[in-house]
Write a protein that binds this ligand. Structure first.
Ligand code: URA
Ligand code: URA
Length: 225
């Protein structure tokens, strides 16, 4: 067993004692991201330069800024949203609108920030017009970029923010509720799904379950140091 799988198993045994069978392991035998560098650069800044003019899908024409991602290139925690919104498209940085400010508060509560042991990006690097859901054809063009970011950053845990990010990465059509409280597997890296911070702005009742998720995230990362 690889050390990472060992860590996951130990953690899951501990959490099972605490939470019963609510959390369970779903490790599939998909290939790991190593060996999936697709010929891209070996440094995150060089990689950004390499792809920031992308025109592989029609969003390349409609975007203002390519939104590559921000944060610590050696982060243990990778947060992945759906796609840039209007503010992000204007400034080229993910999660900087109202939802992003709330995300910053959540990160502060687990002792992290955009510069410290967190990397933040989206499945889609360009904004879909009027914030519509990304099309599968667009995701298919863009997802290899995320895979290469993961290959370079090597996070211990990926957290998908919101239903669309979770469904897209896991290629399933399930509700957010049913995707929560599970360690999924994304190409060899554990992945959890939690609420999108924008959903918390619309519905205060989601703050508590989200906080529970971030406590689980913190405990998991602390236990795998
Ligand atoms: N919502 C997202 O999913 N990503 C962003 O970058 C901003 C808002
Ligand atoms: N719907 C979403 O798109 N995101 C959430 O986090 C919850 C419901």
């Amino acid at each position: 067993m690889s050390p990472r799988t060992d860590d996951v198993s130990r953690y899951l045994r501990q959490t099972q004692e605490l939470f019963g069978d609510e959390l369970y392991l779903n490790i599939s035998s998909q290939p790991s991201t190593s060996g999936m560098d697709g010929g891209f650069g070996s440094d995150i800044t060089a990689f950004e330069q390499e792809i920031c003019q992308c025109q592989k899908c029609p969003l390349g024409q409609s975007r203002n800024k390519f939104v590559f991602g921000v944060g610590d290139p050696n982060a243990s925690l990778l947060l992945v949203g759906e796609a840039p919104g209007a503010e992000e498209d204007k400034l080229g940085e993910p999660f900087i609108g109202r939802a992003g400010k709330l995300l910053d508060k959540i990160l502060a509560a687990i002792g992290r920030n955009r510069q410290k042991d967190v990397y933040i990006c989206n499945v889609m690097k360009c904004r879909p017009p009027n914030n519509r859901d990304p099309l599968r054809s667009e995701v298919d063009q863009c997802e290899p970029y995320l895979l290469h970011q993961i290959h370079l950053i090597k996070p211990k845990l990926i957290v998908a923010l919101g239903r669309v990010a979770g469904q897209t990465l896991l290629n399933v059509d399930k509700s957010l509720k049913s995707l929560r409280n599970t360690f999924h597997d994304y190409h060899g890296t554990p992945l959890m799904v939690t609420y999108h911070p924008a959903a918390l702005l619309r519905n205060q009742d989601l703050k508590r379950p989200t906080w529970e998720d971030f406590k689980t995230i913190k405990d998991y990362l602390d236990s795998s140091k």
